[in-house]
Ligand binder design. Sequence first.
Ligand code: HEC
Ligand code: HEC
Length: 282
Amino acid sequence: MKKITTLCAAISALALSTGFAIAEADAPVLSIDGVVIATRAPAPEYLDIDEVISGWVFRTVETQALQMDDFDNPGMIFVDQALDDWNEVNGSEGKSCASCHTGGPEEFAGLRTVLPRWNEDAGAVWTMEDYINNSLVEHMGAEPWKVGKAQMNAMVALISLQSRGMPMNVAIDGPAAETWALGEEIYFTRVGQLDMACANCHIDNYGVMIRADHLSQGQSNGFPAYRLKNAKLNGIQSRFSGCMKNIRATPYAVGGPEFTALELYVASRGNGLSVEGPSVRN
Ligand code: HEC
Ligand code: HEC
C-alpha cells in the first residue's frame, strides 16, 4: 500500500513539473562504432505529438555511455550466445539456422524495422519471435522457444542488430489496420488499481521524473534492452508487462494477441527512430 501511495504522489506531482527540457542543440548524439543512431525524429502524421524520442535520450550520461561502445554494452554478450545457437543443430531435421539462412544473420538486415507485420499465410500480425518459432517448429522440427525468455531475447537481439541505424517503418494500414487499432485502444485504456493508461505516462508526462526514473516516451526501437536492474536482455512485451504491474493491472500474456497488437502500435509510435538493438537501460 505504501508503494502505491508513493506512486500516486509521484504521479500527482507530475502535473506540477515543467515537462521535457532537453534542448535539441545540447542533446548528446548516439553513435555506435561509427553508426549514427537517430534518437529523435519528426513524429509520423498519425500521432498527436511533434517529435518521437528514443528512451536512450532520457537515460543518465553513464547509462548512455554503456550503449556507445559494443565492448561496454553488456547486451552484446547475449548476442554472442545467440550466434552459437544460430550454428547449433537442433530438432528432428538435423538443421541449424545456418543450414538454410546461408547468408548468416546479415540476411535479415532491415527485417527488424518492419516488424511486427501482417503475415498473409498465418492471417495474423507476427512479431519476430513468431517468425523464429515458426522456423524452429516448421523447418527444424524443434521445440519453440519461450517468448520473453533468454534464448529468444538473444536471438531477437542478434537479428535486430543487423538493422542497427535503420529507421523503424512498420505498416499500420492494409490487413494490419485492425490489429493496430486494437493496440491503440489498449494504449489509451486506463487499467489497474491506479487507473492509468500507457498514454498517461508516455504521452502526457514524458520528460518528468517519476520516483527516481526519467519518464520516456516508452519507445520500442531499442529492444531487446539490457537492463541494469535485472542484468539481462528484456523483450519488449515483458517491458509492457512490467509497466502494467507497476500500475497494479493484470498484464496480458507475453506472446499473446493483445501484447502483439500493442507491440505493433508502440512500434508505429516510433516510426522514424533508428533500430538500436540491443540497447542499455536502467
Ligand atoms: C505510471 C507510469 C507508466 C505507465 C502507465 C506505463 N509506463 Fe511504461 N514506463 C514507465 C517508466 C517509469 C519507465 C522507465 C523509464 C522510461 O523509459 O520511461 C517505462 C518504460 C517503458 C518502456 C521502455 C522504454 C525504453 O526506451 O527502454 C516501454 C516500451 C514502455 N514503458 C511501454 C509502456 C506501455 C506499452 C504501457 C501501457 C501498457 C506503459 N508503458 C505504461 C512508466 C509507465
Ligand atoms: C530448413 C530451413 C530453415 C531453417 C533451419 C531455419 N529457417 Fe528460418 N526460414 C526458413 C524459410 C523457408 C523462411 C521463409 C518462409 C517462412 O517464413 O516459412 C524462413 C523465415 C525466417 C524468418 C523471417 C524472415 C523474413 O524475412 O520474413 C526469420 C526471422 C527466421 N527464418 C529465423 C530463423 C532462425 C533464427 C532459425 C534458427 C533457429 C531459422 N530461421 C532456421 C527456413 C529455415
